[in-house]
Design a protein around this ligand. Structure first.
Ligand SMILES: Cc1cc2nc3c(=O)[nH]c(=O)nc-3n(C[C@H](O)[C@H](O)[C@H](O)COP(=O)(O)O)c2cc1C
Length: 430
């Protein structure tokens, strides 16, 4: 299977015995998020995988999001009664089954038809919130009908002020309980690997098109059966002659004002009375500024390594951010979470919760709502088990004393850039 370190880079032997992730179709046999990822890579065409996996330029931010977890090791306590363990935690004042939120991701219909609804169903089944992206494909009113859903709306500011005003009005009417303004994506990140799969802005390269045609199961569950997806929450704001799938995405990118500033944050704060979070902060001064702006929460994030390259990882600034905010607002991290132990490290370093992007998307790609649910269940179970081994009965008790920083590089830093290329050709289905 090529370089055994290329995916997780820890918990791997030196190549013997040869290891295999599960790549069949039985979700119950996926024992880790990496299995769901392997299933995804087997199922999806290359251009979709580049969209899902890729980061900006050298993908240094992407790699660091993940490797930052490796700089922290556990100091477990022994002889603690861990027979009753719980991850249940209040998030924005309401109990969640665990301190995890399904992160906003756009263009999900490339993965599955009605993917936003499927993700929402998985989140609701697992008792965690789902953040729906402005660039999602299912109408927010439709997603809002998922029973038991805790529905948060992620806002990209584009066009004139009337656009976000209208989106906020609709989100409120649809019962969204929180608003998440993404601050680090007004200029679209330079995702070269993804760009290389296109011949033009609106057309795939011939090799990508052939590769897509060679993935009939993916085609059948997306474009063939349902046609090109639309950005149904925003398409009405786009000129009629620019409403194709790729064209809408590009039109919106072109109309995201680079002048977005704290002034807009203040305007939105005045307008939106429910919980309001900023997503994409990293600098401590911005964390301080966010407190002044009266937000209810902050999500430290590099946008999954897809925006500015060579940033620090959210995890690295987390302890400092916690010291700044104290208990005044919610503090979340997003980026690189693939394991229950990652979640525990984030909590111990001061996060109230983590937002998981790709980990849940791998489940979605592998098996729709059931697959996304499987991803969440795996993370939940891994975290609960690790708490037991760590000697911590309740997630709320996690604190930095359970961790020690080590200076050796963590997982995936050298490996992540190799990404998923050629994955499908050298995995075996069991
Ligand atoms: C395919 C994909 C699409 C994304 N789309 C959005 C989006 O529309 N809005 C947003 O705020 N963040 C978006 N993000 C960033 C995620 O919300 C999240 O911060 C990131 O995926 C975290 O890293 P992880 O994938 O390693 O968990 C996207 C990420 C991915 C992978």
């Amino acid at each position: 299977m090529g370089d055994p370190l290329r995916h997780t880079a820890v918990a791997q032997l030196d190549g013997s015995p040869r290891r295999r992730y599960y790549t069949g179709r039985d979700l119950a046999r996926a024992v880790a998020v990496e299995d769901l990822r392997a299933m995804t890579h087997r199922r999806m065409p290359r251009f979709v995988l580049e969209y899902l996996e890729g980061g900006a330029e050298e993908e240094a931010s992407l790699a660091r999001d993940r490797s930052a977890y490796g700089y922290w090791r556990f100091l477990p306590r022994q002889l603690v009664d861990v027979s009753q363990r719980t991850l249940a935690t209040p998030l924005l004042g309401r109990e969640a089954s665990m301190p995890l939120v399904v992160a906003p991701t756009g263009l999900n219909s490339l993965f599955r038809h009605h993917a936003d609804t499927l993700l929402a169903q998985a989140a609701a089944a697992c008792g965690v919130p789902f953040v729906q992206s402005t660039m999602s494909n299912d109408p927010m009113e439709e997603v809002a009908r998922v029973p038991g859903l805790r529905h948060w709306w992620q806002l990209y500011v584009f066009g004139g002020e009337e656009v976000w005003q209208e989106l906020l009005r609709r989100a409120d009417a649809a019962g969204c309980e929180a608003l998440v303004l993404t601050t680090n994506a007004q200029i679209f990140g330079n995702r070269e690997w993804s760009t290389r799969t296109q011949a033009t802005k609106t057309r795939l390269s011939p090799s990508s098109a052939i590769d897509a045609a060679l993935h009939p199961r993916w085609l059948a569950s997306t474009l063939l059966a349902h046609g090109m997806p639309a950005f149904r929450n925003v398409v009405d704001f786009v000129p009629k002659d620019r409403r194709g799938f790729f064209e809408t995405a590009f039109w919106i990118r072109e109309h995201q004002p680079a002048s977005l500033s704290w002034r807009t944050v203040e305007r939105i704060r005045q307008r939106w009375r429910k919980p309001f979070l900023l997503k994409g902060l990293l600098h401590p001064d911005d964390v301080r500024r966010a407190l002044d702006a009266g937000v209810d929460g902050i999500v430290l994030s590099t946008h999954g390594g897809r925006q500015l390259d060579w940033t620090v990882a959210p995890l690295e600034v987390l302890p400092e951010a916690r010291a700044i905010v104290g208990q005044r607002v919610a503090l979340y991290v997003s980026g690189g979470l693939r394991r229950g132990t990652d979640l525990l490290k984030a909590l111990a370093l001061g996060a109230d919760a983590a937002l998981a992007g790709r980990a849940v998307l791998y489940g979605l790609c592998a098996g729709g709502a059931a697959g996304a649910q499987r991803a969440l269940e795996i993370l939940h179970q891994e975290a609960l088990d690790a708490m037991g081994l760590l000697g911590v009965p309740s997630a709320r008790e996690l604190e930095p004393g359970y961790l020690r920083a080590v200076d050796a590089p963590g997982p995936a830093e050298p490996a992540a850039r190799q990404g998923h290329r050629d994955w499908a050709s050298d995995v075996s289905s069991r």
